[in-house]
Design a protein around this ligand. Structure first.
Ligand code: ADP
Ligand code: MG
Length: 339
Protein backbone atom coordinates (compact mmCIF):
# COMPACT_ATOMS: atom_id res chain seq x y z
CA UNK A 1 0.00 0.00 0.00
CA UNK A 2 1.20 3.44 -0.86
CA UNK A 3 1.17 6.02 1.93
CA UNK A 4 1.09 8.90 -0.54
CA UNK A 5 -1.62 11.51 0.00
CA UNK A 6 -4.75 11.19 -2.14
CA UNK A 7 -3.69 14.02 -4.44
CA UNK A 8 -0.21 15.44 -4.92
CA UNK A 9 0.88 18.45 -6.94
CA UNK A 10 4.65 18.43 -7.14
CA UNK A 11 6.31 21.67 -8.20
CA UNK A 12 3.78 22.36 -10.93
CA UNK A 13 4.21 25.38 -13.23
CA UNK A 14 2.11 26.70 -16.09
CA UNK A 15 3.09 29.66 -18.27
CA UNK A 16 1.11 31.37 -21.00
CA UNK A 17 3.50 32.35 -23.84
CA UNK A 18 6.23 32.72 -21.26
CA UNK A 19 3.95 34.81 -19.01
CA UNK A 20 3.37 33.58 -15.48
CA UNK A 21 0.30 31.48 -14.85
CA UNK A 22 1.33 29.53 -11.77
CA UNK A 23 4.77 28.59 -10.44
CA UNK A 24 6.11 26.14 -7.82
CA UNK A 25 2.72 24.74 -6.90
CA UNK A 26 3.38 21.91 -4.44
CA UNK A 27 0.47 20.60 -2.45
CA UNK A 28 -0.65 17.40 -0.69
CA UNK A 29 -4.35 16.70 -0.35
CA UNK A 30 -5.55 14.09 2.13
CA UNK A 31 -8.45 11.84 1.21
CA UNK A 32 -11.78 13.07 2.56
CA UNK A 33 -10.52 16.60 3.16
CA UNK A 34 -11.88 19.93 1.98
CA UNK A 35 -9.15 22.11 0.48
CA UNK A 36 -9.77 25.71 -0.55
CA UNK A 37 -7.63 27.46 -3.17
CA UNK A 38 -7.98 31.08 -2.10
CA UNK A 39 -6.63 34.39 -3.38
CA UNK A 40 -7.45 37.55 -5.31
CA UNK A 41 -8.65 37.49 -8.90
CA UNK A 42 -5.93 36.44 -11.34
CA UNK A 43 -3.69 34.77 -8.73
CA UNK A 44 -3.86 31.37 -10.44
CA UNK A 45 -6.61 29.48 -8.57
CA UNK A 46 -8.52 28.34 -11.66
CA UNK A 47 -5.31 27.52 -13.50
CA UNK A 48 -4.23 25.29 -10.60
CA UNK A 49 -7.63 23.58 -10.56
CA UNK A 50 -7.66 23.11 -14.33
CA UNK A 51 -4.18 21.58 -14.17
CA UNK A 52 -5.45 19.14 -11.53
CA UNK A 53 -8.53 18.43 -13.65
CA UNK A 54 -6.51 17.73 -16.78
CA UNK A 55 -7.98 20.67 -18.70
CA UNK A 56 -4.48 22.20 -18.96
CA UNK A 57 -1.07 20.56 -19.18
CA UNK A 58 1.70 21.80 -16.89
CA UNK A 59 5.01 23.10 -18.28
CA UNK A 60 6.77 21.68 -15.26
CA UNK A 61 6.08 19.34 -12.38
CA UNK A 62 3.96 16.28 -11.77
CA UNK A 63 0.43 15.53 -10.60
CA UNK A 64 -0.59 12.34 -8.79
CA UNK A 65 -4.10 11.17 -7.98
CA UNK A 66 -4.43 8.09 -5.78
CA UNK A 67 -0.75 7.41 -6.26
CA UNK A 68 -1.06 7.37 -10.05
CA UNK A 69 0.94 9.83 -12.17
CA UNK A 70 -1.80 11.62 -14.12
CA UNK A 71 0.35 14.55 -15.29
CA UNK A 72 -0.44 13.89 -18.94
CA UNK A 73 -3.68 11.92 -18.54
CA UNK A 74 -6.90 13.14 -20.12
CA UNK A 75 -9.47 14.74 -17.83
CA UNK A 76 -11.77 11.76 -18.39
CA UNK A 77 -9.11 9.40 -17.01
CA UNK A 78 -8.68 11.21 -13.71
CA UNK A 79 -11.78 9.91 -11.88
CA UNK A 80 -13.05 13.29 -10.77
CA UNK A 81 -16.14 15.44 -11.10
CA UNK A 82 -16.36 19.21 -11.52
CA UNK A 83 -18.74 21.99 -10.54
CA UNK A 84 -18.30 25.43 -12.07
CA UNK A 85 -19.54 28.95 -11.42
CA UNK A 86 -21.68 28.85 -14.54
CA UNK A 87 -23.87 25.88 -13.78
CA UNK A 88 -23.36 24.53 -17.30
CA UNK A 89 -26.83 22.97 -17.36
CA UNK A 90 -28.56 22.08 -20.62
CA UNK A 91 -31.46 24.55 -20.82
CA UNK A 92 -33.69 22.27 -22.89
CA UNK A 93 -33.28 19.27 -20.57
CA UNK A 94 -35.22 18.74 -17.34
CA UNK A 95 -33.60 18.62 -13.92
CA UNK A 96 -33.68 14.82 -14.02
CA UNK A 97 -32.16 14.67 -17.50
CA UNK A 98 -29.45 17.15 -16.58
CA UNK A 99 -28.51 15.17 -13.49
CA UNK A 100 -28.20 11.80 -15.24
CA UNK A 101 -26.78 13.12 -18.52
CA UNK A 102 -23.26 11.86 -17.77
CA UNK A 103 -24.54 8.44 -16.71
CA UNK A 104 -26.46 8.10 -19.98
CA UNK A 105 -23.37 9.03 -21.97
CA UNK A 106 -21.48 6.33 -20.09
CA UNK A 107 -24.33 3.86 -20.81
CA UNK A 108 -25.06 3.13 -17.16
CA UNK A 109 -28.16 0.84 -17.04
CA UNK A 110 -31.47 2.62 -16.53
CA UNK A 111 -32.34 1.09 -13.13
CA UNK A 112 -28.98 2.15 -11.71
CA UNK A 113 -29.37 5.62 -13.23
CA UNK A 114 -32.75 6.08 -11.58
CA UNK A 115 -31.50 4.88 -8.22
CA UNK A 116 -28.48 7.21 -8.30
CA UNK A 117 -30.57 10.15 -9.42
CA UNK A 118 -33.15 9.60 -6.66
CA UNK A 119 -30.38 9.59 -4.07
CA UNK A 120 -28.67 12.69 -5.51
CA UNK A 121 -31.96 14.62 -5.65
CA UNK A 122 -32.72 13.61 -2.08
CA UNK A 123 -29.26 14.72 -0.86
CA UNK A 124 -29.53 18.06 -2.64
CA UNK A 125 -33.18 18.65 -1.66
CA UNK A 126 -34.41 18.76 -5.26
CA UNK A 127 -37.15 16.13 -4.97
CA UNK A 128 -40.33 17.20 -6.73
CA UNK A 129 -38.47 19.40 -9.22
CA UNK A 130 -37.43 16.53 -11.52
CA UNK A 131 -39.38 17.70 -14.55
CA UNK A 132 -38.61 21.43 -14.32
CA UNK A 133 -36.31 23.06 -16.85
CA UNK A 134 -33.32 25.08 -15.55
CA UNK A 135 -35.14 28.28 -16.62
CA UNK A 136 -37.88 27.45 -14.13
CA UNK A 137 -35.48 27.23 -11.18
CA UNK A 138 -33.93 29.79 -8.84
CA UNK A 139 -30.15 30.33 -8.87
CA UNK A 140 -29.76 28.26 -5.73
CA UNK A 141 -31.76 25.40 -7.21
CA UNK A 142 -29.70 25.48 -10.41
CA UNK A 143 -26.53 25.29 -8.36
CA UNK A 144 -28.02 22.28 -6.55
CA UNK A 145 -28.67 20.59 -9.89
CA UNK A 146 -25.01 21.09 -10.77
CA UNK A 147 -24.08 19.56 -7.40
CA UNK A 148 -26.49 16.65 -7.91
CA UNK A 149 -24.90 15.99 -11.29
CA UNK A 150 -21.46 15.91 -9.65
CA UNK A 151 -22.78 13.54 -6.96
CA UNK A 152 -24.27 10.99 -9.36
CA UNK A 153 -20.92 10.82 -11.09
CA UNK A 154 -19.89 9.00 -7.91
CA UNK A 155 -16.29 10.20 -7.99
CA UNK A 156 -14.34 10.49 -4.76
CA UNK A 157 -12.63 13.71 -5.89
CA UNK A 158 -14.72 16.76 -6.75
CA UNK A 159 -13.31 20.04 -8.04
CA UNK A 160 -15.34 23.22 -7.66
CA UNK A 161 -14.51 26.61 -9.17
CA UNK A 162 -16.32 29.50 -7.45
CA UNK A 163 -19.60 27.55 -7.46
CA UNK A 164 -21.46 30.10 -5.34
CA UNK A 165 -20.45 33.39 -6.92
CA UNK A 166 -23.68 33.71 -8.92
CA UNK A 167 -25.85 33.47 -5.81
CA UNK A 168 -26.97 36.32 -3.59
CA UNK A 169 -25.37 36.65 -0.17
CA UNK A 170 -28.00 34.88 1.89
CA UNK A 171 -28.24 31.95 -0.47
CA UNK A 172 -24.45 31.71 -0.60
CA UNK A 173 -24.35 31.12 3.13
CA UNK A 174 -26.96 28.37 3.01
CA UNK A 175 -25.57 26.55 -0.04
CA UNK A 176 -22.12 26.82 1.57
CA UNK A 177 -23.42 24.77 4.48
CA UNK A 178 -25.09 22.30 2.10
CA UNK A 179 -21.85 21.73 0.21
CA UNK A 180 -19.89 21.25 3.41
CA UNK A 181 -22.44 18.78 4.76
CA UNK A 182 -22.51 16.89 1.47
CA UNK A 183 -18.75 16.60 1.43
CA UNK A 184 -18.74 15.23 4.99
CA UNK A 185 -21.66 12.87 4.50
CA UNK A 186 -20.29 11.44 1.25
CA UNK A 187 -16.72 11.41 2.56
CA UNK A 188 -15.46 12.86 -0.72
CA UNK A 189 -12.41 15.00 -1.26
CA UNK A 190 -13.20 18.52 -2.44
CA UNK A 191 -10.84 21.08 -3.95
CA UNK A 192 -12.72 24.37 -3.91
CA UNK A 193 -11.67 27.61 -5.61
CA UNK A 194 -12.83 30.89 -4.10
CA UNK A 195 -11.70 34.51 -3.78
CA UNK A 196 -13.86 34.88 -0.67
CA UNK A 197 -11.87 34.37 2.51
CA UNK A 198 -15.06 33.88 4.57
CA UNK A 199 -16.01 30.95 2.36
CA UNK A 200 -12.56 29.41 2.66
CA UNK A 201 -12.39 30.00 6.42
CA UNK A 202 -15.82 28.49 7.07
CA UNK A 203 -15.58 25.47 4.77
CA UNK A 204 -12.00 24.30 4.44
CA UNK A 205 -9.88 21.92 6.47
CA UNK A 206 -6.90 23.33 4.62
CA UNK A 207 -6.51 26.68 2.85
CA UNK A 208 -3.99 27.31 0.09
CA UNK A 209 -3.61 31.07 -0.16
CA UNK A 210 -2.15 32.26 -3.47
CA UNK A 211 -0.87 35.52 -4.89
CA UNK A 212 0.63 36.24 -8.33
CA UNK A 213 0.72 32.56 -9.29
CA UNK A 214 2.49 31.43 -6.15
CA UNK A 215 1.42 29.82 -2.90
CA UNK A 216 1.81 32.18 0.06
CA UNK A 217 0.75 29.82 2.83
CA UNK A 218 -0.85 26.42 3.28
CA UNK A 219 -2.56 25.69 6.58
CA UNK A 220 -5.75 25.31 8.55
CA UNK A 221 -8.03 28.35 8.87
CA UNK A 222 -6.74 28.68 12.42
CA UNK A 223 -3.10 28.70 11.28
CA UNK A 224 -3.69 31.31 8.60
CA UNK A 225 -5.65 33.51 10.97
CA UNK A 226 -3.40 33.20 13.99
CA UNK A 227 0.01 32.71 12.38
CA UNK A 228 -0.02 34.42 8.99
CA UNK A 229 3.22 33.61 7.14
CA UNK A 230 3.59 37.13 5.77
CA UNK A 231 1.92 40.51 5.59
CA UNK A 232 -0.06 39.51 2.49
CA UNK A 233 -1.71 36.64 4.38
CA UNK A 234 -2.25 38.93 7.39
CA UNK A 235 -4.01 41.43 5.15
CA UNK A 236 -6.10 38.87 3.25
CA UNK A 237 -7.45 36.64 6.01
CA UNK A 238 -10.05 37.93 8.45
CA UNK A 239 -12.73 40.59 8.19
CA UNK A 240 -11.51 43.09 9.15
CA UNK A 241 -7.98 42.17 8.08
CA UNK A 242 -5.08 42.46 10.47
CA UNK A 243 -3.85 46.02 10.99
CA UNK A 244 -0.19 46.62 10.10
CA UNK A 245 1.77 49.17 12.08
CA UNK A 246 5.31 50.37 11.45
CA UNK A 247 7.41 49.19 14.37
CA UNK A 248 8.82 52.62 15.24
CA UNK A 249 5.30 53.82 16.03
CA UNK A 250 5.21 51.31 18.88
CA UNK A 251 8.76 52.12 20.01
CA UNK A 252 10.41 49.28 18.08
CA UNK A 253 14.15 49.69 17.58
CA UNK A 254 14.52 47.75 14.33
CA UNK A 255 13.43 49.95 11.46
CA UNK A 256 11.32 48.60 8.61
CA UNK A 257 9.60 45.92 10.69
CA UNK A 258 5.84 45.71 10.71
CA UNK A 259 3.63 44.80 13.61
CA UNK A 260 0.26 43.11 13.08
CA UNK A 261 -2.72 43.49 15.37
CA UNK A 262 -6.28 42.21 15.07
CA UNK A 263 -9.42 44.24 15.78
CA UNK A 264 -10.64 41.92 18.55
CA UNK A 265 -7.38 42.36 20.44
CA UNK A 266 -7.64 46.14 20.71
CA UNK A 267 -9.58 47.93 23.43
CA UNK A 268 -10.60 51.52 23.91
CA UNK A 269 -9.36 53.09 27.16
CA UNK A 270 -9.78 56.48 28.86
CA UNK A 271 -7.68 59.35 27.52
CA UNK A 272 -4.06 59.19 28.59
CA UNK A 273 -4.13 55.47 29.41
CA UNK A 274 -3.64 54.06 25.91
CA UNK A 275 -0.62 52.93 23.91
CA UNK A 276 -1.79 54.87 20.85
CA UNK A 277 -4.04 57.86 20.38
CA UNK A 278 -6.04 57.63 17.14
CA UNK A 279 -8.60 59.50 15.12
CA UNK A 280 -11.97 57.81 14.49
CA UNK A 281 -12.58 57.69 10.72
CA UNK A 282 -15.31 55.08 10.37
CA UNK A 283 -18.02 53.52 12.51
CA UNK A 284 -19.71 50.41 11.16
CA UNK A 285 -22.57 48.87 13.16
CA UNK A 286 -23.05 45.21 12.22
CA UNK A 287 -25.73 44.23 14.72
CA UNK A 288 -23.83 42.00 17.11
CA UNK A 289 -20.77 44.24 17.00
CA UNK A 290 -19.44 47.62 15.96
CA UNK A 291 -16.26 48.12 13.94
CA UNK A 292 -14.47 51.38 14.60
CA UNK A 293 -11.97 52.39 11.93
CA UNK A 294 -9.01 54.39 13.21
CA UNK A 295 -6.34 56.54 11.67
CA UNK A 296 -2.80 56.83 12.97
CA UNK A 297 0.40 57.79 11.19
CA UNK A 298 2.37 54.66 10.18
CA UNK A 299 -0.59 52.34 10.63
CA UNK A 300 -2.80 50.70 8.00
CA UNK A 301 -6.20 49.18 8.72
CA UNK A 302 -6.39 49.90 12.43
CA UNK A 303 -9.84 48.76 13.55
CA UNK A 304 -11.40 48.09 16.94
CA UNK A 305 -14.14 45.51 17.34
CA UNK A 306 -16.59 46.24 20.14
CA UNK A 307 -19.54 44.00 21.02
CA UNK A 308 -22.97 45.53 20.48
CA UNK A 309 -23.65 49.09 19.45
CA UNK A 310 -21.09 51.78 20.12
CA UNK A 311 -21.72 55.35 19.09
CA UNK A 312 -18.61 57.47 18.59
CA UNK A 313 -18.59 60.64 16.50
CA UNK A 314 -16.30 60.62 13.48
CA UNK A 315 -13.18 62.69 14.00
CA UNK A 316 -13.05 62.01 17.72
CA UNK A 317 -9.64 61.25 19.21
CA UNK A 318 -9.58 58.01 21.24
CA UNK A 319 -6.91 56.04 23.10
CA UNK A 320 -6.43 52.34 22.46
CA UNK A 321 -4.44 49.62 24.13
CA UNK A 322 -3.60 45.94 23.55
CA UNK A 323 -1.76 43.07 25.11
CA UNK A 324 1.73 42.53 23.66
CA UNK A 325 1.08 38.79 23.39
CA UNK A 326 -1.36 39.57 20.55
CA UNK A 327 1.24 41.31 18.40
CA UNK A 328 2.51 39.68 15.21
CA UNK A 329 5.96 40.64 13.89
CA UNK A 330 7.01 40.82 10.25
CA UNK A 331 10.45 41.69 8.85
CA UNK A 332 11.14 44.33 6.22
CA UNK A 333 10.38 41.79 3.47
CA UNK A 334 7.01 41.11 5.07
CA UNK A 335 7.90 37.63 6.34
CA UNK A 336 6.65 36.52 9.74
CA UNK A 337 9.27 36.55 12.48
CA UNK A 338 9.33 33.66 14.95
CA UNK A 339 8.02 34.30 18.46
P1 ADP B 1 -7.88 33.12 -10.81
O1 ADP B 1 -8.71 31.90 -11.07
O2 ADP B 1 -7.15 33.04 -9.52
O3 ADP B 1 -8.66 34.39 -10.92
P2 ADP B 1 -6.50 32.31 -13.24
O4 ADP B 1 -5.93 30.99 -12.84
O5 ADP B 1 -7.71 32.30 -14.07
O6 ADP B 1 -6.74 33.20 -11.93
O7 ADP B 1 -5.38 33.15 -13.99
C1 ADP B 1 -4.05 33.26 -13.53
C2 ADP B 1 -3.24 34.03 -14.54
O8 ADP B 1 -3.10 33.28 -15.73
C3 ADP B 1 -3.86 35.35 -14.92
O9 ADP B 1 -2.84 36.29 -15.10
C4 ADP B 1 -4.56 35.05 -16.23
O10 ADP B 1 -4.65 36.18 -17.03
C5 ADP B 1 -3.63 33.99 -16.84
N1 ADP B 1 -4.37 33.06 -17.70
C6 ADP B 1 -5.31 32.17 -17.28
N2 ADP B 1 -5.77 31.44 -18.30
C7 ADP B 1 -5.12 31.89 -19.41
C8 ADP B 1 -5.15 31.52 -20.80
N3 ADP B 1 -5.94 30.54 -21.25
N4 ADP B 1 -4.33 32.21 -21.64
C9 ADP B 1 -3.51 33.18 -21.20
N5 ADP B 1 -3.43 33.56 -19.90
C10 ADP B 1 -4.23 32.93 -19.02
MG1 MG C 1 -10.78 31.76 -11.51
Amino acid sequence: MSTKPFVVLDNVAKRWNGQLGVENISLDIEEGSFVALLGPSGCGKSTSLRLLAGLELPDEGKIFIEGRDVTTSAASDRNLSMVFQSYALFPHLSVAENVIFGLKVRRVPKAERMEKMARALEITGLEGLESRKPGELSGGQRQRVALARAIVAGQRLCLMDEPLSNLDAKLRTSVRKDIKKLQRDLGITVVYVTHDQTEAMSMADKIVLMKDGRIQQIGSPNELYNSPANTFVAGFIGAPAMALIESHILGGVEDGYKIGLRAENISIVPKGEGKLSCNVTEVEFLGSETLIGLEHEGAIGLTVLQPGLLIIPLGQQIDITFDDQHLHFFDSAGERLPG
